[in-house]
Design a protein around this ligand. Structure first.
Ligand code: NAD
Ligand code: UDP
Length: 346
C-alpha cells in the first residue's frame, strides 16, 4: 500500500464496471484506497472487474443509480451512464434518467455524507461546436430535440444540478468534461469509432467511415484520463467549475482509419456510410485550465495508445479469446433497472 492508513479512503465509483470506471478503480486501489463499485451492467461487464474479485479492498454492488443508494463513503466518482451513441440512443429515456436521477441520488448522498463528488460530464455539452477549440466558457451548440439530446441534455442538466447543489447546499463538487477516451477494455460491441475500426481491421472487414470522414475528434488514452480525474478530485473546492479533460491532438476519422489499418497491417477496404444525425463536425479540447489548475496534460501519444488498444483487441480476437462473445450491450448480463444487489466479494 503506497498510502498510510490514515489517508486510506472508502471511494464509491458508479459505473465502475465500465471502461473508464474499471481503470479508475484499478488506480484508486493501487493508491491504497477501498473501492465500492456500483453498476447496473447496462454497458459495463464483469470481465472488466474480474481481476479485482479477490482484492479485499474492492467490492461490487449491482445497482441502478436512478434508485437512491445508502452507503457510507468518503468520496464519490459518478461515472454511471452509457457513453457510446449506439448504446445511449437505444433507451433514451433510461439515458436521461441515469444522468438526471443518477446525479440527484448521488448528490443527495454526497450532501448527507458531506463528501466530495465528481461528475463525469462530457464534451457533448458543447454539441456541434461553433467555437474551436472548445474552452470551458463556451456554452455550446446542442440540438435539444435530436437523437443525441438524451445524452447531451442529460449531461448538461447533471452539470446544472451539480452546480446548484454546490450553490444551494454547499456540496463539494467537481465536474470533468471528458473528451473522447479510448484504450484497453473497450468492448467490441461498444459502437464507438476506435473499437469499431480496430475490430473491423483485425477481422479484415470493411472499415465503416460515417460521412466523408473529414469530421474530427481528439482522442485521450485512458490512463491519462484517469490521472486527470484523480487530480481533479484532489484539487479541492477551488476547482468547482467544469474542467475539460482530453487530448488536444485532433484528427479526422479518415486519418484515424489509416493509422489503424497501418498498425494492424490490415487490408480492409474503407466504406463510406451516412453520417449519423447531429454528428459533431469537429471537437478539440482547450485544456489550458487543466494544465494550470491541475498541472495535468496527457502523456500518451495516439500511436502508442492505438498500439496498446490493438493489443487488447488482438487478445479478444485470438482463438480462445472469446471471439464469439455476445455482440450486444451488457455482454449478456442482466440490468437491474430499479434494484440493488451486492454481488462480490461473493
Ligand atoms: P461505459 O459505458 O463503458 O461505462 C459506463 C458504466 O455505467 C457501465 O459500466 C454501465 O453499465 C454503467 N451504467 C449505465 N447506466 C447505469 C445506471 N443507471 N446505474 C448504474 N450503472 C449504470 O462508458 P465509459 O466510456 O466508461 O464512460 C464512463 C463515463 O464517462 C460516462 O459517464 C460517460 O458519459 C463519460 N464520458 C466518457 C467518454 C469516453 O470517451 N469514454 C467521453 C465523455 C464522457
Ligand atoms: N464513426 C465512424 N465510424 C464508426 C463509428 C463512428 O466514422 O464505425 C464516427 C462518428 O460518426 C463520429 C466519430 O467517428 O464522427 C466519433 O464517433 P464515436 O461514436 O466514437 O464518438 P462521438 O461521436 O460520441 O464523439
Amino acid at each position: 500500500m503506497s498510502r498510510n492508513n490514515e489517508r486510506r479512503k472508502r471511494i464509491l465509483v458508479t459505473g465502475g464496471a465500465g471502461f473508464i470506471g474499471s481503470h479508475l478503480s484499478d488506480r484508486l486501489l493501487a493508491e491504497g484506497h477501498e473501492v465500492i463499485c456500483v453498476d447496473n451492467l447496462m454497458t459495463g461487464c464483469r470481465r472488466n472487474i474480474e481481476h479485482l474479485r479477490d482484492n479485499p479492498g474492492f467490492s461490487f454492488r449491482l445497482h441502478d443509480v436512478t434508485v437512491p443508494l445508502d452507503i457510507e463513503v468518503d468520496e464519490i466518482y459518478n461515472l454511471a451512464c452509457p457513453a457510446s451513441p449506439v448504446h445511449y440512443q437505444r433507451d433514451p429515456v433510461q439515458t436521461v434518467k441515469t444522468s438526471v436521477l443518477g446525479a440527484i441520488n448521488m448528490l443527495d448522498l454526497a450532501r448527507r455524507l458531506d463528501v466530495p463528488i465528481l461528475q463525469a460530464s462530457t464534451s457533448e455539452v458543447y454539441g456541434d461546436p461553433l467555437v474551436h477549440p472548445q474552452p470551458e466558457s463556451y456554452w455550446g451548440n446542442v440540438n435539444p430535440a435530436g437523437p443525441r439530446a438524451c445524452y447531451d441534455e442529460g449531461k448538461r442538466c447533471a452539470e446544472t444540478l451539480f452546480l446548484d447543489y454546490h450553490r444551494q447546499h454547499g456540496v463539494d463538487i467537481r465536474i470533468a468534461r471528458i473528451f473522447n477516451t479510448y484504450g484497453p477494455r473497450l468492448r467490441r460491441a461498444d459502437g464507438r469509432v476506435i473499437s469499431n475500426f480496430i475490430v473491423q481491421a483485425l477481422r479484415g472487414e470493411p472499415v465503416t467511415i460515417y460521412g466523408d470522414g473529414g469530421q474530427t475528434r481528439s482522442f485521450c488514452f485512458v490512463s491519462d484520463m484517469v490521472d486527470g480525474l484523480v487530480r481533479l478530485m484532489s484539487a479541492g473546492e477551488a476547482r468547482m467549475g467544469p474542467v475539460n479533460l482530453g487530448n488536444p491532438r485532433e484528427c479526422t476519422m479518415k486519418d484515424l482509419a489509416g493509422r489503424i489499418l497501418q498498425e494492424t497491417a490490415s487490408r480492409s477496404p474503407l466504406v463510406y456510410l451516412p453520417l449519423p444525425e447531429d454528428d459533431p463536425r469537429q471537437r478539440q479540447p482547450d485544456i489550458g485550465l487543466a494544465r494550470t489548475a491541475l498541472g495535468w496534460a496527457p502523456r500518451v501519444a495516439l500511436e502508442a495508445g492505438i498500439r496498446e488498444t490493438v493489443g487488447h483487441f488482438r487478445r479478444l480476437e485470438a482463438p480462445g479469446g472469446d471471439r464469439t462473445g455476445p455482440a450486444t450491450a451488457g455482454d449478456g448480463l442482466q440490468n437491474t433497472q430499479g434494484g440493488s444487489r451486492t454481488c462480490f466479494p461473493l
